[in-house]
Design a protein around this ligand. Sequence first.
Ligand SMILES: O=C(O)CCC(=O)C(=O)O
Ligand SMILES: [Fe+2]
Length: 360
Amino acid sequence: MATSLQSDQEQLAKPVQELAEVNGNEPPARYICRDGDHNEIIDANASFSSSIPTVDLLLLSSHSTPENEKEAEMEKLGSALRSWGFFQATGHGIPSSFFDELRDVAKEFFDLPTEEKLKYAGVEGSIDSYGTDSIISDNQVFNWSDRLYLLVRPEHQRSLRYWPDNPVRFREILHEYTMKTSLVVQSTLKAMARQLGLEKNYFVNQLGDQDRAYARFNYYPPCSRPDLVYGLKPHTDGGVITIVFQDPEVEGLQVLKDGQWVKVPIVPYTLLINVADQTEIMSNGIFKSPIHRVLTNSERSRISLAMFFAPENEKEIEPADLLIDEIRPRLFRKVKVKDYEEEFFQSYAQGKRGIDWAKA
Ligand SMILES: O=C(O)CCC(=O)C(=O)O
Ligand SMILES: [Fe+2]
C-alpha cells in the first residue's frame, strides 16, 4: 500500500511531458475525468452565430481616431466583455517577429531534457516553479499539462533563480514581453473603465503601485485519449485581466458561452484577452469572467503563455459604487485581494468557483 502510494507520488512529481513519453501517452487513472463528451463542442468558425469579437486597441487609444470610430470600437469592447468575457486584440503594437521569438524560446525550454527543466522546480512554498499540478487533495483530478510559472511584476520581487538561462534569450524576451503586455493592460483597463462610465483610471488605480503579474507557460503533451483528459480543467482566472498568447498552430482552448463549449480559433499575432474574477467583482458582474478549458490532442503538443495581471496583495476590491443601483444591486462583498486569491486556489482544487465566496 505504502509502496503504491509512494510510487504514485513519484510519478506525480514527474512532468506530464515525461509521463507521456514513457507511457506511450496512455493516461493513468488520476488524469481521467471526462467521458468522451466531444460532440457537444461548437466550432465557432463553422456554426456559432458570432465568434469571439476582435477589438483594435490602436483605434481605442490613438488621439487621431475620429470620435465616432473610437466610440464604435469602445462599444465592441464593452459588448465582448459583457457577453464573452474574451476578445481578440489587434493594434497591440507587438511586432510579429517578437511573437515568433517568444514562441521559439518557450519551445526551446520545453524541449530541454527533463533534468535540465527540473532545475527550475520550486521548493515547498515557492510560487515560481516548473512542474505539474501540485497535490492539494486526495481525490483531485490532474491536468494533462506542465507549466513554468513565474512572477514577473513587480520587477524587484522576481526570483531570477527560476527564470531559465537556457535558452539564453529567455529572460530578456520574457522581460520585454512583460513590459509590452503591461502597456496593453493599462490601455485596455482604461477603455474598460470608460465603457462602464467610470473614471478612466478606475481599474488602473485598483491595481495599486505594487501591482503583480505572473507568466504561466503551459505545455500540453499529446495524449492518446484526448476524450478522457483535460489539458486544463474548466476554470476562470483569479486576477483582474489575462493576456493569452496561444500556440500559433495547435488549437485546444474552449470557452463556455451560453451553456455550450465554443472553440477559440487561432488568429495569428493577435492577443487573446480575458476578464478575470476580480474584474467581475469590481464591475458588479457586468463584465464576465469566462469559464474556459483546454483539450489535448493525440498528435501534437501545444504551448501557450498566459500573463495574469492582479492588484497588489494588500488592496481591497469591491463593486464600484457607480455600478450599484436598484436595478443592479450589489452582487459582491468587499474582499481583500490576498484572501480572494487564497480562496480562489482552494476552490479550484475542489472544483468550485472562487467568486461564489465573494458573493454579497
Ligand atoms: O492554453 C491556453 O490557451 C489557455 C491557458 C489558460 O487558460 C491558463 O493558463 O489559465
Ligand atoms: Fe485560464
